[in-house]
Design a protein around this ligand. Structure first.
Ligand SMILES: Cc1ncc(COP(=O)(O)O)c(C=O)c1O
Length: 374
């Protein structure tokens, strides 16, 4: 069996053709494909505005510049890629790590306890972990009751829908971000986007993407004005051409991920391998995470990883608790009381999940997992 990673892109000939066409066009960057991709994304998600950027981390950075001020306290999850809370630090604001719920997402009931205790908390950064959109009723309630800003990190969740609310629609949030890294649902190699329904946020992010520069109709032809300290977080036209082509395939990609998830759910029913959550249509399954109680078994999690690597399977752990990273420890983090995250870290791991994973490969994954766990 060839190596089976936990995630992988799906690039077809028509994706390649569209990139080549753009390479032969007049614009390699800052051309028509950028706006076309932004319009396609905002119309897909149902958000008014979209800004594409060079990666998901840049999207988080710009969103944080638009939403936060220095020293703002922000509730966030320890169960994410580093970039989520790093973006809070980039703007000298203060992440506060809140424990996760059983589905791996930030526990919004605990967020409310924190908000009740401390009225100076300004925002929640909620990650739709593994593709599972954060509870929208609770998000709406918290936003309205406590008058806080909400950012949805939907890096895992493009294509997900929660009772008619699409990831990235910003129905109950100020901003949402996506990443188009190759392991995500759709890819532009590196790439990211911010969606919002606020004109003010949109204009600020657009300006900050390009060095904080503005040009207006009344200026002389050569003039531009730098109004803020911005960055070069631009994405290229080649990448956006690929993004446009990939976005058209997103419904099929998600459909295939659903099939794989259901097959895993069936295989693990009434076994020692417990899916983090079973299929209910609300997750677009960037990851398929399972939980195993290793204290009941003779194999450790480390050995399981090694043994499956020997069988050419790349399972992965998403994520190590961010608050326990050495850098975060230097800032005084690491001793938070987050028992669900600790248990998650002990017991969970992600299985291969991507549209090109075929049935034989999935069967091999399931068979190998049970063999090794025995
Ligand atoms: C939840 C989450 N947020 C943000 C990012 C950052 O995205 P990028 O790698 O495109 O910078 C990632 C990437 O893995 C992610 O998983």
């Amino acid at each position: 069996m060839n190596f089976i990673p936990y995630g992988k892109q799906c690039i077809e000939q028509n994706d390649i053709d569209t990139v080549v066409q753009t390479l032969k066009s007049d614009f390699l960057t800052t051309g028509p494909k950028v706006k076309e991709f932004e319009d396609a994304l905002s119309s897909y998600c149902g958000a008014k505005y979209c800004v594409t950027v060079s990666n998901g981390t840049a999207a988080l950075h710009l969103a944080s510049l638009a939403l936060l001020n220095k020293d703002d306290k922000v509730l966030t999850t320890p169960n994410s890629f580093l970039a989520t809370s790093n973006s809070i630090l980039y703007v000298q604001a203060i992440p506060i790590f809140v424990d996760i719920a059983k589905d791996g997402n930030i526990d919004l009931a605990l967020c409310e306890e924190e908000l009740k205790k401390d009225s100076s908390i300004k925002a929640i950064y909620a990650v739709a972990f593994s593709g599972n959109i954060v509870n929208q009723e609770k998000l709406k309630y918290l936003k309205e009751t406590y008058n806080i800003k909400i950012l949805e990190d939907n890096a895992h969740a493009i294509g997900a829908e929660y009772d008619g609310i699409k990831a990235g629609s910003c129905t109950n949030s100020d901003c949402s971000i996506f990443s188009f890294h190759p392991v995500k649902h759709i890819t532009t190699a590196e790439g990211g986007a911010i969606t919002t329904n606020s004109k003010e946020i949109y204009e600020k992010i657009l300006m900050l993407r390009g060095h904080g520069m503005v040009k207006t109709a009344d200026m002389k032809p050569w003039e531009y004005e730098m109004q803020d300290l911005g960055y070069n977080y631009r994405i290229t036209d080649m990448q956006c051409a690929l993004g446009i082509s990939q976005l058209k395939k997103l419904p099929d990609f998600v459909k295939r991920r659903f099939e794989i998830a259901k097959q895993y759910d069936n295989a693990f029913e009434n076994t020692i391998v417990k899916p983090l959550y079973t299929f209910d249509g609300k997750s677009s399954y960037h990851l398929y995470v399972v939980q195993v109680n290793f204290t009941l078994l003779s194999i450790s999690k480390k050995d399981l990883f090694h043994r499956l690597r020997e069988k050419n399977m790349g399972i992965q752990l998403h994520y190590m608790p961010i608050n326990k990273q050495p850098y975060y420890k230097t800032l005084g983090y690491g001793d938070e009381d987050i028992p669900n995250m600790d248990k998650y870290y002990e017991e969970c791991f992600s299985l291969p999940m991507y549209p090109l994973l075929n049935n034989d490969e999935q069967e091999y994954v399931i068979k190998s997992l049970f063999e090794v766990l025995k």
